[in-house]
Design a protein around this ligand. Structure first.
Ligand code: FES
Length: 152
């Protein structure tokens, strides 16, 4: 059985009917074709699926879509301002904050919250905050550099 869900994603109102078991991650990727948000582990271990719900970071694989009724969701597709990349996106480019790129959308969404929530005062603080975002290529030091650069 499906249930109605209305929410705002990247500034656009969406109304859908979904089964209660559907995660926010699957709603984004499979129903709305917003495939910038990645599925790594699908159980809260890797951070590839990180998005913002009302400005707070969440693992979208652990979030039932129905719990986002009436909320504002931001994904990596909604971060840039038209043709102007978000400063964090620019910093990841400048500092080579990725290799294969699969973890990058989640890294960037977490990184934005890292600064927003005041956890980017030292590289150690950044590493602690970002510890839920796994990078199999090991781009960690460049990711920390990018975040510290935006912080300044
Ligand atoms: Fe959500 Fe890995 S896919 S944490």
């Amino acid at each position: 059985e499906t249930m109605p869900l209305s929410l705002t994603i990247n500034g656009v109102k969406q109304s859908v009917r979904i089964e209660p078991r559907v995660t926010l991650l699957d709603l984004l990727r499979e129903r709305l074709h917003l495939t910038g948000t990645k599925k790594g582990c699908d159980h809260g271990q890797c951070g590839a699926c990180t998005v913002h719900v009302d400005g707070q970071r969440v693992n979208s694989c652990l979030t039932l879509a129905l719990t986002t009724e009436g909320r504002n969701v931001t994904t990596i597709e909604g971060l840039a301002d038209g043709d102007n990349l978000h400063p964090m996106q620019e910093a990841f480019l400048e500092h080579d904050g990725f290799q294969c790129g699969y973890c990058t959308p989640g890294q960037i969404m977490s990184a934005v919250c890292c600064i927003r929530e005041g956890h980017a005062n030292t590289p150690d603080e950044v590493r602690e905050y970002m510890s839920g975002n796994i990078c199999r290529c090991g781009a960690y030091s460049n990711i920390v550099d990018a975040i510290m650069d935006v912080k300044q």
